[in-house]
Design a protein. Sequence first.
Length: 361
Amino acid sequence: MIDDVGDEKVDEMNEKQIEVSLLPVPITEPPRQFPRYKKRSKKVYFVIGLVMLLLLGAGIAVYLMNQPVPITANIMVDVIGGNSASSNVSNSSNATLIPLNISILTPQQRQCVNKLNSFYAGTYTETLEQGIPSCVFDEIPPKAANFTITMSRVRSGNITAEDFCTKLNESFYKQPDFYPNKGALYSSYLTPKDLRSVVYGYGSYIGELAASVKAGNNFSSCVYINTIPSASMFQGLAFSTVAYGGSGSGVTFKQIRFSDGTTSAGTEDMSGYFSVDVVPNHILLGPTFPYVSDNWSQKIRLDIRVSPNTPPGKYMLVLGPNGQIPNDVETEWSNEYLGNYVRSSSSGFYHDILLMGVQVS
């Protein structure tokens, strides 16, 4: 269960260090002084300057001591293949070429379906984006102005784990280009013959993360969950966490290494030493076909508290999709999306969303 992580790899994420310059500003002209007080004034200025530097240093030290625990992250992609299921729409007529219950579509979405059918029939004449009708992306927010340069930093690991969590808003993570496998979403629209068997599935970015903390510390991390290409159903996910550690081996990472160079943690359930709040604790993922929905990609934050009694050692925190969706919420989603809703934990497949290696000292 835990070893089944996607095989795509991206470069390691290295925490960006911020350098604070404490060099004094050069003084080009000394202040005017009366001759009889000249020597005494130099001493006074020296003492004042020394005191100010000491106070500044103490202030910086206090500031650094109160900063969040640094997290070193190794980014990798975890793309999960969708399970196959029969389409609930017949392909016997031109009006039902798209494998989706069209009764749940808005008028704008139905227009996009018609444009896609025209596109596949070779009669589409309007604007194309990435080689496909631009209406496919109408629900996605505009891309951030600094998207390219920021994502270059993310891909190279030149961004802190904290910024990966807090500085990337919807104008980043709801863009297909946010994910290293971005081409799969675009190409899925160019090969409609392959769309009949993919109904649901999800992926995560990142898939593995490493943190070094002290017992009693608190820290946060994020993961972005997205619907895989060509998936036409709405998916309900609720989250659960478990922590492993102690003796034994077999809980293994594919990318990250602990400080001693090893890649695995013990197999004992050590969840009692970690308190994890997942925000939000359940989500509804929208489809990526026949349009890319506004909620096709979502951010999940983990607020983690490490017990002061946690023994030093190596641990693995696992974020999984088998939590409990509230009954009233599930009923609402089922009724709203009719036959196009599935709860992932009951859909016949399970895949861990995030593996976090925690080195506790």
